[in-house]
Design a protein around this ligand. Structure first.
Ligand code: ADP
Ligand code: MG
Length: 491
């Protein structure tokens, strides 16, 4: 069996020999008897004992306490002091070296046994605790999810550094602030607290957090009440996961599915409706020219004609939206396309008293795109912006690029879009305009996605709307048609 190795540091030889005999009788191995503090430090480092029995008062230069302090700095070893008498000051210094016990001279065999076994036990428990603390610290510092602890009022007592992965908040600055301040809707905390106080725990609760720069992140949190056994207080512990990307992806898939469904349906009925509509128009026109009806009848016939033409316009747009089409890409510069589009709407802008402000960066490389469809998208954004500014305003068009994308934005000073409508504007047929078809943005959405780009719209009621598009500098799949498009953008 392994014998625990003990280093004895004692300058009174008779006592030292006595201790050695007792220790060996008890089944320990005595490595050496050392009589000075200096030697104790050297030997301990060299022999790595399982325990050191150290006399507090050594007669030479270095005291036992000093020697223990030096050894502790170098290695992790349990240490038990032997003492006959010591003043308060020495005891205080001894305590600061974190000893594992004291043996007061003279002592008996049993006392040594108990003191040493207690020291070994305490040391092994401490090592276990240290290891487990290290393990949890590593997990805490490296988890991707965010761990949070608050009191029942929401004060943050602990938060893991992972909060810095997807927000601009610094962990240290968040401690002692209130979790309510991080929530998009402060009142959510009360709702959440009520649920956990009644159910004790909560899984997969979706909640919106701020990121520190005016953006929101969707998070899923699990939380639980923890009771602090000492202070008898309750805490809420949370594990929070950023699900913004997942939500965005789900929305895309849903939208793509909805668009595909509507597209098929629309294509199916559009042809059927076009024929009767054509007949209506032709018959009315024939009627008017052949029978020269009096003004009153003519007025009503013209209303029928105008409405059937309107219906025809909608059907035409619908077919355009629903028919799968080829994307024919060529390398083009978006600035040229923007300028062509602006030319087309110049007259309308002047009439509506809308000013176009250009902010182009001069280093935008050509990218591979379908000029006609991208132009159609830009046209839709500008027309929507003009229509959102009934008393005039401005559209700021910005184009720039980063390492991966060309970024184009259209910012108007119009009426804005409510939060509720913002979730629907890409839905086919969603319109807030009396004359609108609600197909513009759903068509644009398909065009941008087919170019492996992305589109985001930010808006504030009464302040205006910003449409942001990204188009990748390098597309992975060339010449893809609409019906082949992948809603996940191949990502
Ligand atoms: P339509 O223009 O035929 O209504 P769109 O798909 O182009 O269809 O737009 C859908 C809806 O989105 C519009 O009816 C309008 O409510 C809203 N919208 C789009 N762009 C803007 C904008 N720049 N400002 C305000 N609302 C907008
Ligand atoms: Mg429109």
């Amino acid at each position: 069996m392994y014998k625990k190795r003990i280093l004895v540091v004692e300058d009174e030889m008779i006592i030292a020999k006595d201790i050695k005999d007792v220790l060996e009788k008890l089944g320990y191995e005595v490595i050496e008897i050392i009589t000075s503090g200096e030697n104790a430090v050297k030997t301990a480092i060299l022999t790595k004992p399982d325990l050191i029995l150290m006399d507090i008062m050594l007669s030479k230069k270095m005291t036992g306490v000093e020697a223990a302090g030096k050894i502790r700095k170098e290695m992790d070893v349990p240490l038990t002091y032997i003492t006959a008498y010591a003043d308060d000051n020495t005891i205080e210094k001894a305590i600061s070296t974190n000893p594992y016990g004291y043996l007061v001279k003279p002592f008996e065999e049993k006392e040594i046994k108990v003191a040493l076994e207690l020291a070994f036990y305490k040391f092994s428990m401490e090592s276990k605790l240290r290891k487990s603390e290290e393990k949890y610290r590593t997990i805490f510092e490296n988890i991707q999810d965010v761990y949070i602890e608050t009191d029942l009022e929401g004060k943050i007592l602990e938060i893991s550094p992972s909060i810095e992965n997807f927000t601009f908040f610094k962990r240290k600055k968040l401690i002692n602030t209130f979790i309510q301040e991080l929530l998009t809707d402060k009142k959510e905390f009360r709702v959440l607290k009520e649920i956990i106080l009644t159910k004790n725990q909560l899984f997969g609760y979706e909640i919106s957090f701020k990121n520190g720069r005016d953006q929101e992140i969707s998070c899923s949190i699990n939380c639980k009440i923890n009771r602090d056994a000492f202070r008898k207080t309750k805490r809420i512990v949370y594990s929070m996961r950023n699900i913004t990307n997942q939500k965005r992806m789900e929305k895309r898939i849903l939208r793509a599915e909805r668009l595909a469904g509507v597209g098929q349906l629309a294509a199916g009925i559009a042809h059927e409706i076009r024929n009767p509509l054509g007949n209506i128009s032709a018959s009315i026109q024939f009627c008017i020219s052949k029978y020269k009806p009096d003004e009153n009848i003519k007025k009503y016939l013209e209303i029928v004609l105008r409405n059937s033409e309107n219906a025809n316009k909608i059907i035409k747009e619908l077919l355009e939206f629903a028919t799968p089409r080829e994307i024919n890409r060529e390398r083009k510069n978006v600035i040229n396309i923007l300028e062509n589009t602006i030319n087309m709407v110049q007259a309308r802008c002047s009439k509506a008293e809308v000013e176009i402000i250009r902010k182009y960066s001069d280093k935008i490389p050509d990218i591979s795109l379908d000029e006609k469809w991208i132009e159609q998208s830009f046209l839709n954004f500008i027309l929507n912006a003009i229509e959102a500014m009934p008393v005039g305003g401005s559209i700021t068009i910005e184009a720039k690029c980063d390492k991966e994308n060309v970024l184009i934005s259209f910012q108007d000073t119009g009426i804005g879009i409510s939060g509720e409508n913002l979730t629907k504007i890409f839905d086919p047929f969603f319109t807030t305009k009396a004359e609108g078809t609600g197909l513009g943005l759903s068509l644009v959405y398909q065009i941008i996605i087919a170019h492996e780009g992305n589109i985001e719209i930010e808006s504030k009621i009464g302040r205006g709307t910003k449409v942001k598009i990204t188009l990748p500098l390098n597309q992975s799949i060339l010449h893809r048609s609409y019906d082949e498009y992948d809603p996940d953008c191949g990502r």
